[in-house]
Design a protein around this ligand. Structure first.
Ligand code: AMP
Ligand code: ZN
Length: 118
């Protein structure tokens, strides 16, 4: 269910399969793929299929979706080999360091040291 699709948005195109990605999970609402510039041995991006620009523009109707994104993180982290803990990050807006304006949750883990954001 991709209620909103922005044809100019990189993550909308990845979610729709128009641009390749190293996908590790997909369901009706979410797609999860490996970050192309990993900051840790395990670095996943949990992305809703619906275009939501950022956490700041999420609507009350997106609350369950936001919950699902977080609830999925532990299983994915474990499945990808982050067996000793992980970090969850949502960069939001310019001062939050957001580069791609399609909401996503970073899941980072694996043995330290990490290359950045560690
Ligand atoms: P953010 O700063 O939170 O917006 O992070 C965007 C993330 O998307 C960065 O960590 C990038 O490395 C990652 N990224 C950008 N393009 C791609 C791509 N084509 N496939 C996978 N990850 C990407
Ligand atoms: Zn999008």
């Amino acid at each position: 269910m991709s209620a909103k699709f922005d044809p100019t948005c990189l993550f909308c195109k990845i979610a729709a399969g128009q641009i390749p990605s190293a996908k590790v999970h997909e369901d009706d609402e979410l797609v999860v793929f490996k970050d192309i510039h990993p900051a840790a041995p395990v670095h996943l991006l949990i992305v809703p299929k619906k275009h939501i620009a950022s956490l700041e523009t999420a609507e009350p109707e997106d609350t369950a979706l936001l919950g699902r994104m977080l609830a999925l993180a532990p299983q994915l982290a474990h499945d990808q080999g982050a067996s000793n803990g992980f970090r969850v990050v949502i960069n939001t807006g310019p001062d939050g360091g957001q580069e791609v304006y399609h909401l996503h949750v970073h899941v980072m883990g694996g043995p330290r040291p990490w290359s950045r954001m560690g």
